[in-house]
Design a protein around this ligand. Structure first.
Ligand code: MG
Length: 162
């Protein structure tokens, strides 16, 4: 069997007043933020779920239950670090990640490289191994009505030698 594994992650959070907006570990100045039990970092969650998918190890809802007070307001980059440790424990390493954030607002391109750095640091890879893109839905659907933000990620893992 090949030593390569692919994983897909997908996440959605609602945009609400009174919350900070944190995406890819970067705090973004905006009048609303993402709703959730943790810091609701939609991109960190999608990347974490992609890793867990590649490991066939369930999902972040199973690993970090949202009724567990330990994860209330949790820094999702910290959760991603725990997932990266699990990747190592299971005998794999992260080879490559690509992702897309689907958001009508705010404009995210100024924060993209910082997100790549933050995610790469959590995963223990260099930023060139992490892609982050941003797109809108051309005002269509719930994202287009600025009701929420979606993120998707794919990750490629390789079994470590020995
Ligand atoms: Mg989530």
């Amino acid at each position: 069997m090949s030593g390569l594994r692919i994983g897909l992650g997908h996440d959605t959070h609602a945009l609400v007043p009174g919350r900070p907006l944190v995406i890819g570990g970067v705090r973004i100045p905006f009048e609303r933020g993402l709703d959730g039990h943790s810091d609701a970092d939609v991109l960190a969650h999608a990347v974490a779920d992609a890793c867990l998918g590649a490991l066939r190890a369930g999902d972040i809802g199973k690993l970090f239950p949202d009724d567990d007070p330990a994860y209330e307001g949790a820094d999702s980059i910290g959760l991603l670090r725990k997932v990266a440790a699990l990747v190592q424990e299971r005998g794999f390493r992260v080879l490559d990640v690509d992702s897309v954030i689907i958001a009508q607002v705010p404009k995210l391109s100024p924060y993209r490289d910082r997100m790549r750095e933050r995610l790469a640091d959590a995963l223990g890879v260099t930023p060139d191994a992490v892609g982050v893109k941003a797109t809108t839905t051309e005002h269509l659907g719930a994202v287009g009505r600025e009701e929420g933000i979606v993120a998707q990620a794919v990750v490629l893992l390789e079994r470590r030698e020995g």
